[in-house]
Design a protein around this ligand. Structure first.
Ligand SMILES: Cc1cc2nc3c(=O)[nH]c(=O)nc-3n(C[C@H](O)[C@H](O)[C@H](O)COP(=O)(O)OP(=O)(O)OC[C@H]3O[C@@H](n4cnc5c(N)ncnc54)[C@H](O)[C@@H]3O)c2cc1C
Length: 411
């Protein structure tokens, strides 16, 4: 094994593999180091991917078309007294077979010329004149010093690279989730995502159908909002599975195939460029904060960062690396990352108000689905509506005005 590369990437998850592929395709010699013994096992995260963006990416990366998936043609938000069915493009989704998806990305990275070192854990950097010159990695062959000119932390929400850089490892607003893949569910629909809002303050329970009675189900929550309640996502899930009639009836005979859990930092993107050390994906909080989804933004950021790293190898100008962050945040998906952090902040504002539980439920659903603008002024103006019924009427007007494909149904 060589100990000298152009680029060393820590973490062979989705962001790491896309980064590596992008840098290698642009001429860089890349090594991915991954602490697990197998790519994509165990899995941490979920599998929902916005359909229109997946289709766009698959035009650029045709190998994505080979990943098995289940198509969902809308999202149903279930509140105590209402259902909101949203068929706007953003709320259409594919459920990807994530294990196959991640392995496909790793295979493509290898085809592009990258090397992967499994069971190898990044520990720290060696610096010379302010730049990192080598990474210390514990490999099955012992501790190695691997030199490179660019280093990348694609090592997820608990990023070691982030902590070695001296950055705060977790913000206060850490989302936590449990996701269970089950077979044998008796679903009322395999066409729509079902999100149950209201029982978990600031979070939700969900069913994402995967076809043939298979589902990804679970609870995503925000301990920041939950303060004092002290329930874990699995405790909530076990409780709500019995308490929410629709969850109970659909899942009562279902059997777990896989349990995944993990976190995602919802505070919004952090500085991603530190001279010749870059952060991508969850390591840089590049996610859609209001729903805790990071696959798509991580892929887009990694693609941009990979190209920048390869350019830097050719031109040796640190400004090229610096531009990665600017270019990502200026991209459509980067702007969406910033926007979703604003939506999440608006949701926080509503949740902290003294309105009733039912009012907050409905208001936050409208914010998430972008039926109501998330700017401070718009939120304050909307709050002048005192009752849920007034909010419903306002929402109906907005839906009509904007020709949204959204239906509000009284339960
Ligand atoms: C329960 C749950 C459900 C989710 N559902 C969705 C969803 O439906 N849709 C969506 O878009 N997002 C979802 N997310 C978020 C999504 O999973 C993440 O945004 C995504 O995995 C980020 O990819 P990544 O490559 O940046 O990081 P990761 O997937 O975390 O990959 C990081 C990799 O780095 C490796 N690593 C870590 N430390 C080291 C080290 N020191 N040395 C070497 N290797 C290291 C890890 O083993 C891992 O392979 C969910 C998250 C959770 C927890």
């Amino acid at each position: 094994m060589s100990l000298k590369y152009d680029v060393l990437v820590v973490g062979a998850g989705i962001s790491g593999c896309i980064f590596a592929m992008s840098a290698a395709r642009n001429g860089a010699k890349v090594l991915l180091v991954e602490r697990k013994n197998e790519i994509a096992a165990p899995l941490r995260g979920g599998e929902a991917f916005c359909k229109p963006f997946f289709d766009l990416l698959a035009e650029e990366m045709p190998f994505l078309k080979t990943v098995p998936k289940w198509e969902l043609s809308g999202t149903k938000m279930v509140l105590e007294k209402f259902e909101i069915l949203n068929k706007e493009p953003k709320w259409l989704a594919y459920m990807l077979e994530r294990r196959v998806f991640e392995k496909t990305l790793a295979i493509e990275a290898v085809k592009s010329g990258c090397e992967i070192l499994l069971a190898s854990t990044f520990r720290g950097f060696i610096y010379n004149k302010g730049l990192a010159t080598a990474a210390i990695v514990d490999t099955p062959d012992g501790r190695k010093k691997i030199t490179a000119r660019v280093f990348v932390g694609a090592d997820g929400y608990a990023s070691k690279v982030r902590s070695v850089l001296g950055l705060k490892q977790f913000s206060k607003d850490l989302g936590t989730a449990i996701e269970i893949e089950m077979a044998g569910a008796k679903l009322s629909t395999e066409e729509y995502i079902q999100i149950f809002v209201g029982q978990v303050p600031g979070g939700y329970a969900y069913i994402f159908p995967k076809g043939g009675g298979r589902v990804a189900t679970g609870v995503g929550m925000r301990p920041l909002i939950e303060a004092g309640k002290k329930k874990t996502p699995i405790e909530y899930f076990n409780l709500l599975k019995n308490e929410i009639p629709e969850l109970h009836s659909q899942l009562q005979n279902a059997v777990a195939l896989e349990i995944k859990g993990g976190c995602i930092d919802l505070e919004g993107p952090i500085a991603a460029v530190h001279k010749n050390i870059l952060l991508v994906g969850d390591a840089a909080n590049q996610s859609f904060a209001y729903v805790g989804e990071g696959i798509l933004p991580g892929m887009v950021a990694a693609q941009i960062a990979g190209e920048a790293a390869a350019q830097y190898i050719k031109n040796n100008d640190l400004i090229i690396l610096k531009n990665y962050e600017k270019d990502f945040l200026a991209s459509e998906i980067g702007k969406e990352v910033l926007h979703t952090a604003e939506i999440k902040d608006a949701i926080n504002f509503v949740l902290a108000s003294n309105k009733s539980k039912e009012y907050k439920q409905f208001f936050t659903a409208l914010l998430e689905m972008e039926i109501i603008d998330c700017s401070k002024a718009a939120v304050k103006e909307t709050m002048k509506n005192n009752t849920v019924q007034e909010l419903v009427e306002l929402a109906k007007v907005k839906i009509k005005e904007n020709n949204f494909s959204v239906e509000i149904i009284q339960r």
